[in-house]
Design a protein around this ligand. Structure first.
Ligand code: ZN
Length: 115
């Protein structure tokens, strides 16, 4: 796996069992620790259990990746995803290019269940 770099501090991001974390993200936090962490399974409720390496590279560089997901009613939908800073952790925010496309409701896109 090629190196992933932290979108906040540009340090190396390392893979753990189910998450990606900046090497400067230390616990307990100190003055210069970084808060970057992305859960590999943050979209698992929408049918995507993990990220591919190329998707991570794009997301961590601020780009958009194409996602093919499944909502709670079992209906598939496509959208783009961008990295989103949620404060304590990072997640993926959905971007819909086609405004005519039916946008799934917020509850269908609820991917905060891990917290
Ligand atoms: Zn960092």
């Amino acid at each position: 796996m090629s190196k992933l770099s932290c979108p906040i501090c540009k340090a190396e991001v390392v893979a753990f069992k189910n998450l990606y974390k900046c090497i400067n993200n230390t616990y307990p936090p100190s003055g210069d620790s970084c808060k970057f962490v992305l859960f590999d399974d943050c979209l698992s409720k929408l049918g995507k259990n993990s990220f591919e390496e190329d998707e991570l590279q794009i997301l961590l560089n601020g780009g958009q990746v194409e996602l093919n997901l499944i909502n709670k009613t079992g209906k598939g939908f496509s959208c783009n995803g961008v990295l989103e800073d949620r404060g304590k952790y990072h997640s993926v925010k959905f971007v819909f290019e086609d405004s005519k496309q039916q946008v799934p409701s917020k509850s269908e896109l609820d991917n905060d269940a891990i917290f």
